[in-house]
Design a binder for this molecule. Structure first.
Ligand SMILES: NC(=O)C1=CN([C@@H]2O[C@H](COP(=O)(O)OP(=O)(O)OC[C@H]3O[C@@H](n4cnc5c(N)ncnc54)[C@H](OP(=O)(O)O)[C@@H]3O)[C@@H](O)[C@H]2O)C=CC1
Ligand SMILES: N[C@@H](CC=O)C(=O)O
Ligand code: NA
Length: 375
C-alpha cells in the first residue's frame, strides 16, 4: 500500500481522487490528506483512507471541515507514514514547486502536473533529479521518486517516450508540435479549411468554451501569451539536458509569441480580461482571413531544436496537407525526429482536460507503486 496526499483539489486534483476511488486500486492508494490553498484535512494516526463522499464536491467539503493549510505540517504527516508516501502537487504554484527538494529529502515521492519546477532554472531541476536518485533509501527500501508526465501533453506518453530515446542512446534532433490543448481547441475550431455554412464562432467565445471545458490554465492568458507552451518546451529541454551530460541549452532567450492583445496583457483580473476579449474578435478574424486567403490555417506551435538555435513558440500558418492542419478537438500532436527514427515518431491525442490529466497522474502513481512494491 502507498499513502497519498494531494496538494490542490481543483479540477485536476478532484478528478484524480474520483478516478482512484472508482478504480481497482482504491485499496492500494490510500488518500490520507487533501489541501486547498486555504484549508487542509489529514486522516488519523493509523493513516486510514479519508472517508470521501463521491457524490459531493470535494473542495467545499475540505473548506468546511479543514484546518488552515500548512504544507510543512502536511508533508511531515505524510513522511511519518510507515508506507511509502507520495505527495501529488495539483496546483500551478511556483511556491509549492520550490518545496519539492525538501519533500524528496524527507523521503516523499512526488508526482505533479505543475510545470513550474521543470521550466525555471536548470539548477532546481538538477537538484530535484539528483535527490530522487541519490537520497538514501526510505520506506520499502528505495529512494524517493519524481514523475511529471502530465507537465507535457497531459496523459499522453510524451516524457516517458523522450526519456526512452535518451536512455537508449538514440539521438534526438528535433521535437515539434502543438503542445497546448487550449490553443489546439481554439485554432482547430476557429481556423479551418473545411467548408461550413456557418462562420466560426467569435474567437472570444471559443476561449470561453475552452475555459469551461477545463482546458485553460486558471487564467487563460497563461495559454494565449504562449507561456504554457513555452514552459512545455522548457520541460522537454531540461529533461533532455538533465540526462545528457554537457548539453546546456539556453532557455532565457526562447522566442515566445504572445497573442493576447496588448491592452489586455496587464489587466489584473481574469474576469475583466474575459469581459474585454470580445472587443478584439475582429483582430483575430482578420488574422484568420489572411491565412485562409493563402489556403492555410492558423496553428500555435512549439519547437525544440536540440542542436540548432530554432527552439521557440509561435503562431504559424499550415496548408491542409500538413498533419497539424487536420487536428481535432483539444488534441496535441508531438513529432520526435531522432537518429533511429529519421521520419519521426508522432504522438497524438487529447492533451488537456481534467480526465486525461488525472489519468496521466494515475499512471505515474502506478509506476511509483510498482517500483516501490515490486509489482
Ligand atoms: N487542466 C488541464 O487540462 C491540465 C492542467 N495541468 C496542470 O494541472 C495543475 C492544476 O490545474 P487545475 O486543476 O486546472 O487548477 P485549479 O485552479 O482548478 O486548481 C488548483 C488547486 O490548487 C490549489 N492551490 C493553489 N495554490 C496553492 C498553494 N499555494 N497551496 C495549496 N494549494 C494551492 C487551489 O486552491 P483553492 O481551491 O483554494 O484555489 C486549487 O485547489 C496546473 O499546474 C495545470 O497547469 C496540466 C495538464 C493539463
Ligand atoms: N492549459 C494547458 C493545460 C495543460 O497543460 C493546455 O491547454 O494545454
Ligand atoms: Na504527457
Amino acid at each position: 500500500m502507498v499513502t497519498i496526499g494531494i496538494v490542490g483539489i481543483g479540477l485536476v486534483g478532484s478528478e484524480l481522487v474520483s478516478q482512484i476511488l472508482k478504480s481497482s486500486y482504491k485499496d492500494v492508494f490510500k488518500v490520507v490528506g487533501l489541501t486547498t490553498s486555504q484549508k487542509m484535512v489529514v486522516s488519523d494516526a493509523q493513516y486510514s483512507s479519508l472517508s470521501i463522499d463521491q457524490k459531493s464536491d470535494l473542495r467545499p467539503a475540505v473548506l468546511a471541515s479543514g484546518v488552515q493549510t500548512d504544507l510543512a505540517q502536511f508533508a511531515d504527516y505524510l513522511a511519518k507514514s510507515n508506507e511509502h508516501s507520495i505527495i501529488v502537487d495539483c496546483t500551478a504554484s511556483e511556491e509549492v514547486a520550490n518545496l519539492y527538494p525538501t519533500w524528496l529529502r524527507s523521503g516523499l515521492s512526488v508526482v505533479t502536473p505543475n510545470k513550474k519546477a521543470f521550466s525555471g532554472s536548470l539548477d532546481l531541476f538538477k537538484e530535484i533529479q539528483d535527490l530522487a536518485v541519490n537520497t538514501s533509501q526510505t520506506k520499502k527500501g528505495r529512494s524517493p521518486l519524481i514523475y511529471h508526465e502530465t507537465t507535457v501533453g497531459a496523459g499522453l506518453p510524451v516524457l516517458s517516450t523522450l526519456t526512452d530515446f535518451v536512455r537508449t542512446g538514440d539521438e534526438i534532433t528535433k521535437i515539434e508540435g502543438i503542445f497546448s490543448g487550449t490553443l489546439s481547441y481554439l485554432f482547430n475550431n476557429f481556423s479551418t479549411l473545411t467548408s461550413t455554412d456557418a462562420a466560426p464562432k467569435p474567437f472570444s467565445e471559443t476561449v470561453r468554451v475552452a475555459k469551461d471545458l477545463g482546458y485553460t490554465e486558471p487564467d487563460p492568458r497563461d495559454d494565449l501569451n504562449g507561456m504554457d507552451v513555452a514552459r512545455k518546451v522548457k520541460v522537454i529541454t531540461v529533461t533532455i539536458c538533465g540526462r545528457l551530460a554537457g548539453l546546456e541549452l539556453d532557455l532565457s532567450t526562447l522566442p515566445v509569441e504572445n497573442i493576447v492583445p496588448e491592452a489586455l496583457q496587464s489587466i489584473k483580473s481574469t474576469d475583466e480580461f474575459m469581459a474585454k476579449l470580445p472587443e478584439y474578435d475582429d483582430h483575430f478574424s482578420k488574422l484568420n482571413a489572411e491565412a485562409l486567403k493563402e489556403n492555410q490555417v492558423l496553428r500555435y506551435v512549439g519547437m525544440v531544436d536540440v542542436h540548432g538555435g530554432q527552439s521557440g513558440v509561435k503562431l504559424a500558418k499550415y496548408p491542409a496537407t500538413h498533419p497539424f492542419a487536420s487536428l481535432q478537438g483539444s488534441d496535441n500532436i508531438i513529432k520526435f525526429t531522432t537518429k533511429y527514427f529519421p521520419n519521426g515518431v508522432i504522438i497524438q491525442g487529447a492533451g488537456a482536460g481534467a480526465a486525461v490529466t488525472a489519468y496521466g497522474i494515475f499512471t505515474d502513481l502506478l509506476k511509483i507503486q510498482e517500483r516501490v512494491e515490486g509489482f
